[in-house]
Design a binder for this molecule. Structure first.
Ligand code: DQA
Length: 147
């Protein structure tokens, strides 16, 4: 089982960026945590990680995932609230996707309450800090297993 983990803009700055909201862990820490969790879930689980600050690169990576990955975990970051292009790319590939956020987007400014990605996702995990990714991985793993 191959799962692609995609992180959007400014998430390469985790650890330095608004730590009171996003915590002190870096993206590298999150990826290590996911590798650990993946080993616990199954030895046949392969993870690939991708981060970009550019909407077009995120769209291209989602398109390239077609036929290669069984599932996607995505934190589209600010593009969550603006990107029809990312939504359409996910719809085009039809790959089961889980949307994750470190913060609880519904507890924050109103413009963050709208997600273009939730409606094309199997599920959403928001507000558990780095554990949102771990819960997202468990969720997508179980979903794919049951297909
Ligand atoms: C975020 C929430 C978004 O609103 C914000 O733009 C981010 C990070 C989160 O993980 O909590 O960059 O996706």
């Amino acid at each position: 089982m191959n799962i692609l983990i995609i992180n959007g803009p400014n998430l390469n700055f985790l650890g330095k960026r608004e730590p009171e909201i996003y915590g002190s862990n870096t993206l590298e820490d999150i990826n290590k945590l996911l590798e650990k969790e993946s080993a616990l879930l199954s030895k046949d689980l392969n993870l690939e990680f991708f981060q970009s600050n550019s909407e077009g690169e995120l769209v291209s990576k989602i398109q390239e995932a077609f036929g290669k990955y069984d599932g996607i975990i995505i934190n589209p970051a600010a593009y969550t609230h603006t990107s029809v292009a990312i939504r359409d790319a996910l719809l085009s590939t039809g790959i089961p996707t889980v949307e994750v956020h470190l913060s609880n987007i519904f507890k924050r400014e109103e413009f963050r309450h709208k997600s273009y990605v939730s409606g094309v996702s199997v599920g959403v995990v928001s507000g558990f800090g780095i554990n949102s990714y771990v819960l997202g991985l468990r969720g997508i793993f179980e979903t794919i297993k049951s297909l």
